[in-house]
Design a protein around this ligand. Structure first.
Ligand code: PEP
Ligand code: MG
Length: 611
């Protein structure tokens, strides 16, 4: 083993949770050189035929992968493969290559290379991260075709028979899927982000992964020992004994806490004195749905439908909305799924040409975002509303409008929903006429108007990620002010309390689906305020449920009254900390004999998952 690095710690992004260690298997990105030849006029048609044959071969290879995986995975993994198939069949791309062969009289490989370089330059100049990332898909697809043309045989990951950690510059989503059938323990890559296709598939298949390491293929060699920490997003190369044992301990602790928490992976979610509070999951992509039973999620409290925009060049149409939500409703049965209508704009999918150019805003968080965007683009909104309504005939679905700041927005959204219902009625298409309608309370004006808004809807869901941002005037994605992002700020607590009371006075359910809902250290406050449902990333549910079972509402309600008399975050935090250590130690003890678990400590900064 050429051991050039010892104890080297590389920082990347945690794309898929888990801690694993093993020898590195480096997928070299060394490819066969791309030959350059000049053609005669007569040779050009032959060369074009050779290109087309390579394209056909590449498509059928992808079809094979799909067939092989059968219906083992949810459809999202296939969307990605389909998106690559579509690119291989993209007229514009390959017409350009053919033109270069015909008019430039150059061989197919060289024409492909030249075309990719031009396309990549165009993608690289795009401002939007998501779209820039799609340039990468073009590159992956072209490399697949180039491999066919130059006769490069790529490594078949299913044939890896040793437990290894795969190290690659990047992986295609279909390659990631292949790992499911191999001995690969996890993978690390130079490129990628949490929303890159590869990361999405890794999460869906629970393959631990760290991405975006930039240099990992340069510094790691075959056989180096690697620790992959998919919890923190770190990769440790050739750790010494001390580092190894500290990671082994971290892994053991992580696993043992997870194991112990399995006991709490089944409902009911109930306090010691018998108050039931539903614990639901937040979903970004439908693939995550198969984790719900594993963690005992009692439904989906927030489905962030913006991610339907992934892996595609156009907008989802009504049928696609319908299909997606129908599958959600069926998978989540007998529980209920809360579908949030698009929250596009703001920090999500900014600069999207598909959104019609509502883009270059100075303050996107205060701009044409979420319900404001939907009301401005009725045709985009209608397709989604009709899709949701049609799916409501197949399971328990409720609809939720984001970023409501005014009664008129609720009335306008309800009018459009009503219009869609009347249309479906006329067309003889079934839907649930009793579909519950809710709004997110995430703007201070909505919290202040909660009483009035409650008359118009069936439930509230408090989106604390935004509520905190708007109450405290702190940009939730700006790392310079993140220290001010305080869920326990008295002003935030007052807003939440006001919302819950207004909801309950009107007899409607009040849920919370911001990150705050999944922080066990904030749970006493949320229970004390009377929250009916908490929705969070699914894997957090067992821990929250465990703590909940050790708390008593009868003690928490008066505690909240006391907390609200305090004036600073510090005072509030110290009071809760003191109570945990003194009165609720058992509820917070994750392992027998250990101290109460105070990890996370009230900061509950927004996780990168939702940024
Ligand atoms: C929130 O704002 O708390 C929320 C749940 O929505 P998002 O994080 O998607 O803005
Ligand atoms: Mg929000």
């Amino acid at each position: 083993m050429a051991e050039t690095h010892r104890n080297l710690i590389l920082k990347g992004m945690a794309a898929s949770e888990g801690i694993v260690a093993g020898p590195a298997f480096v997928m070299t990105s060394v490819r066969l050189p791309i030959p350059r030849r000049l053609l005669t006029e007569e040779q050009a048609p032959e060369e074009i035929e050779r290109l087309r044959a390579a394209l056909r071969e590449a498509v059928s290879e992808l079809e094979e992968v799909k067939k092989e995986f059968g219906d083992r995975f949810a459809k999202e993994a296939f969307y990605i493969i389909d998106a690559h198939s579509l690119l291989i069949q993209d007229q514009a791309l390959w017409a350009e290559v053919e033109q270069k062969i015909r008019e430039g009289r150059i061989n197919a490989e060289w024409a492909v290379r030249k075309t990719i370089d031009e396309w990549l330059k165009a993608f690289a100049s795009l401002k939007d991260d998501y779209l820039r990332e799609r340039g990468h898909d073009v590159e992956l697809v072209c490399e697949r075709v180039l491999d066919k043309l130059v006769g490069h045989q790529e490594k078949d990951l299913r044939k890896i028979q040793e437990p290894v950690i795969l190290v690659a510059h990047d992986l295609r989503p279909d390659q990631t899927a292949q790992m499911f059938f191999s001995k690969v323990l996890g993978f690390v890559t130079d490129t990628g982000s949490r929303t890159s296709h590869t990361a999405i598939v890794a999460r869906s298949l629970e393959i631990p992964a760290v991405v975006g390491l930039e240099q990992v293929t340069r510094v790691v060699e075959d056989g180096d020992v690697i620790i992959l920490d998919g919890v923190e997003g770190n990769v440790i190369v050739n750790p010494d004994d001390d580092l190894c044992s500290s990671y082994l301990q971290k892994k053991a602790e992580w696993e043992s806490v997870n194991k112990l928490l399995e006991e709490y992976a089944t409902p009911p979610s109930v306090t010691q004195d018998g108050r039931c509070i539903q614990l639901c999951a937040n979903l970004e992509i439908l693939d995550e749905i198969h984790f719900l039973p594993k963690y005992g999620a009692e439904g989906v409290g927030l489905y962030r439908t913006e991610y339907l925009y992934l892996n595609r060049a156009d907008l989802p149409n009504e049928d696609e909305h319908f299909e997606n939500y129908r599958r959600l409703a069926e998978a989540v049965a007998p529980y209920q799924a809360t579908i949030r209508t698009f929250d596009l704009g703001g920090d999500q999918f900014v600069g999207e040409p598909r959104l019609g150019g509502a883009t270059e805003e100075i303050n996107p968080a205060l701009g044409l975002r979420a319900i404001r965007f939907c009301l401005r683009r009725p045709e985009v909104f209608k397709a989604q509303l009709r899709g949701i309504l049609r799916a409501s005939a197949y399971g328990k679905i409720r609809i939720m409008f984001p970023l409501i700041s005014d009664l008129n927005e609720v009335l306008a959204a309800k009018r459009m929903l009503q219009e869609s219902m009347s249309e479906l009625d006329r067309e003889g298409i079934k839907f649930d006429p009793e579909l519950l309608i809710g709004i997110m309370i995430e703007v201070p004006s909505a919290a202040l108007l909660a009483e009035r808004l409650a008359e118009e809807v069936d439930f509230f869901s408090i989106g604390t990620n935004d509520l905190i941002q708007y109450v405290l005037a702190i940009d939730r994605v700006n790392e310079y002010v993140s220290y001010l992002y305080q869920p326990l700020h008295p002003a935030v607590l007052w807003m939440i309390k006001r919302t819950v009371e207004a909801g309950h006075r009107a007899g409607i359910e009040v849920a919370m689906c911001g990150e705050m809902a999944g922080d066990p250290l904030l749970l006493p406050v949320l229970i004390g305020m009377g929250m009916d449902q908490l929705s969070m990333p699914a894997r957090l549910i067992p821990k929250v449920r465990k703590v909940m079972r050790g708390l008593r509402v009868s003690e928490l309600t008066p505690m909240v009254e006391e907390l609200l008399k305090l004036s600073t975050v510090e005072d509030i935090r110290n009071r809760i900390k003191g109570l945990i250590e003194k009165d609720w130690a058992e509820a917070y003890r994750m392992e027998p004999g250990k101290k109460p678990d105070l990890a996370g400590v009230f900061l509950c900064q927004k996780s990168d998952q939702t940024q």
